[in-house]
Design a protein around this ligand. Structure first.
Ligand code: PHE
Length: 491
C-alpha cells in the first residue's frame, strides 16, 4: 500500500500543496492594496473558513484511509449507504481538474521565465517592454518564444505526470523532501537580501498602513477568496493526501502545522519580500498601480524589472522564478492527485494508468487554456468563484450526512487533543453560513452579467460558450463514471 513514510512528510506535502503562486503573488498584491487592515478579514477568514475546512478535510481523509479509499467520491460510495452522497464528490474532482489544467500552463510560463532570466534574456529590458513581452509570451502562434513556451509546457506536464505516476512514497514524497527545504531556504535568502536593501523599512511601514476601511465589502470578499485559494481547501487536495497516511495521524497538530506554514509563508515571508522591493522600486505614488493590476503581471513583469536594476539582477531574477516554480509544482501535484486517485480507486488499475487517464481528461482544459484567449479567465472564474465554494459546502453536507458526532470522534481518535467547541460550531454553522452568503452574494451581484457574457466583446462569446461547455463536459464525465462504474464490495 502506497503511504507517507512519516508524519512530517504529510505535513510538508499538505503545506507544499497550499504554498503556491497565491502566496507569493496574490497575497502580497492584496496586502499592498488594502494595507494593514487587510489582516483583520484575512485572519477572521482563516478562523471561520480556512481552519474548519482544513480540519474537515483531515477528518474525512482519516475516515477514507480506514476504508482504503483515496478519493472523496469513492470513499462515499463504499462508506455510506446513501446512494446520492457519492455524487457530492463531483465538485471537488471537477475543480481540481479545471484548476490544474490552467495552473500547469501558468507554471510553465514561470519555468520559461526562469530560463530567460538565467540566460540573461531580460537584461536591459525596460518595464514597459517587459509587459509587452509577457503578452507575446502568453500568445501562442505569434512567433515570440512559441517554441520555448511549448517546450516548457511539455516539461511541466511531464514533471507533474511523472511524480503522480510514481505515487506518493516514491514520487511526491521524494520531491517534497527536497523541494520544501529548498523553497524555504531560497525564500529566506531573498528575505535577507530585501532586509539589507536600503529603503526596505520604509516599505515595511508602508505595507502596514491602512488603505481601506473595515466596511469595504470587497476587501472581505477578497480576503475570503484568498483564504480558499491559498489554503487550497474545498478541492479535496488535502483530503486525498491524508488518505495515504499510516495509522499514526495527529490531525490537531499536523493540520495546524500545515495551515500555519501556509499563512506564515504568505504573511511573514512573501509579503516582506515582494512589497518592500516594489515600494523601493516604484515609490508610494506608483506602487498602487502596480499591485492593482493582475498578480501574474506583478510577478512576471514588475518583479523581474525591479531585479534588472540591482547588482546581480540576473541571479536574483532567476532565483525568484525558481522559487515560484517549486511552489507551483508542489501545488499543481496536490490537485492532479485527487483525480488520479479517483481513476485508480474506481477501475482498480495502476498509478500509471490513473495518472494517464487524468491527464487525458485534463487536456480538455489545457488545450483551450493555451489556444483560446478567454480560456484561463473563464476557467479560473468558474472554478474559484463557484465550484470551489460549492465543493466546500458539500464537505459540510457530508459531515452532516455521516454524522457530526462520528466526525468529532474520528478527530479525537486521530489527535492528541480534542476538537474544541468553537471549531465544532464553525464546522457545523459558521462555515456553511459564510459559504452560502458568499455564493448567494456572487449570484446576486454577478449572475446576470455572467450568464449574458456582458463583460465580453461579442466576437469572443463563442469562445466563452465553448469553454463553459468543456467545463460542463468534465462534470459530466465524472458524473457518468461515478454513476456507472461501481466499486466491487469485496475490494
Ligand atoms: N494554494 C495554491 C496557491 O496558493 C493554489 C492552488 C489552489 C493550488 C488550488 C492547488 C489548488 O498558489
Amino acid at each position: 500500500m502506497d503511504r507517507w513514510s512519516n508524519r512530517f512528510l504529510l505535513v510538508l506535502a499538505v503545506a507544499g500543496g497550499a504554498i503556491g503562486i497565491g502566496n507569493f503573488l496574490r497575497f502580497p498584491t492584496l496586502f499592498a492594496q488594502y494595507g494593514g487592515l487587510f489582516l483583520i478579514p484575512y485572519l477572521l477568514s482563516f478562523c471561520v473558513l480556512g481552519l474548519p475546512l482544513m480540519f474537515t478535510e483531515w477528518i474525512l481523509g482519516a475516515m477514507a484511509r480506514d476504508v482504503k479509499m483515496n478519493s472523496l467520491a469513492s470513499f462515499l460510495e463504499v462508506y455510506h449507504k446513501n446512494r446520492v452522497l457519492k455524487y457530492f464528490g463531483i465538485a471537488a474532482l471537477s475543480a481540481c481538474l479545471i484548476i490544474s489544467g490552467y495552473y500547469m500552463y501558468i507554471e510553465s510560463w514561470i519555468l520559461g521565465y526562469g530560463w530567460i532570466s538565467a540566460t540573461g534574456g531580460f537584461k536591459n529590458m525596460e518595464a514597459s517592454a517587459m509587459g509587452d513581452f509577457l503578452s507575446s509570451y502568453m500568445t501562442m502562434g505569434d512567433g515570440v518564444c512559441d517554441i520555448l513556451c511549448i517546450v516548457c509546457l511539455i516539461i511541466t506536464l511531464f514533471l507533474n505526470y511523472y511524480f503522480t505516476a510514481k505515487g506518493i512514497a516514491k514520487g511526491i514524497a521524494t520531491l517534497i523532501k527536497v523541494s520544501m527545504p529548498l523553497l524555504m531556504i531560497i525564500a529566506l535568502i531573498m528575505l535577507v537580501k530585501v532586509f539589507f536593501t536600503p529603503g526596505s523599512f520604509e516599505g515595511i511601514k508602508y505595507m502596514f498602513q491602512p488603505r481601506a476601511s473595515l466596511w469595504d465589502t470587497k476587501m472581505w470578499i477578497d480576503a475570503a477568496s484568498q483564504m480558499f485559494f491559498s489554503l487550497s481547501v474545498g478541492f479535496t487536495a488535502t483530503f486525498t493526501y491524508v488518505t495515504y497516511a499510516d495509522k499514526n495521524l495527529d490531525i490537531s497538530n499536523q493540520g495546524l502545522m500545515a495551515s500555519f506554514m501556509n499563512v506564515g509563508m504568505e504573511v511573514l515571508i512573501a509579503s516582506f519580500i515582494a512589497i518592500p522591493v516594489s515600494y523601493i522600486a516604484f515609490g508610494a505614488d506608483k506602487i498602487q498601480d502596480v499591485v492593482k493590476g493582475s498578480s501574474i503581471a506583478f510577478g512576471m513583469v514588475s518583479m523581474p524589472s525591479i531585479f534588472n536594476n540591482i547588482p546581480g539582477g540576473q541571479f536574483w531574477s532567476f532565483l525568484w522564478f525558481f522559487l515560484l516554480f517549486i511552489a507551483a509544482l508542489t501545488s499543481s501535484l496536490s490537485i492532479v492527485q485527487p483525480s488520479a486517485s479517483f481513476f485508480c480507486n474506481k477501475f482498480k488499475k495502476s498509478k500509471v494508468w490513473g495518472s494517464v487517464m487524468s491527464f487525458l481528461v485534463c487536456l480538455i482544459i489545457i488545450v483551450p487554456s493555451v489556444l483560446c484567449a478567454v480560456g484561463i479567465d473563464e476557467f479560473d472564474f468558474w472554478a474559484n468563484s463557484f465550484i470551489v465554494p460549492l465543493g466546500a459546502l458539500f464537505l459540510i453536507v457530508i459531515v452532516y450526512a455521516i454524522g457530526k458526532e462520528k466526525c468529532w470522534v474520528c478527530f479525537e481518535n486521530n489527535s492528541t487533543s480534542k476538537l474544541n467547541d468553537f471549531m465544532k460550531f464553525n464546522i457545523s454553522w459558521a462555515t456553511p453560513f459564510f459559504l452560502i452568503v458568499v455564493v448567494v452574494l456572487y449570484i446576486f451581484n454577478y449572475g446576470k452579467e455572467i450568464i449574458t457574457c456582458a463583460n465580453y466583446e461579442p466576437e469572443k462569446i463563442p469562445q466563452v460558450i465553448l469553454c463553459r461547455g468543456l467545463m460542463l463536459a468534465i462534470v459530466l464525465i465524472y458524473a457518468l463514471i461515478i454513476h456507472f462504474k461501481k466499486i466491487k464490495p469485496e475490494e
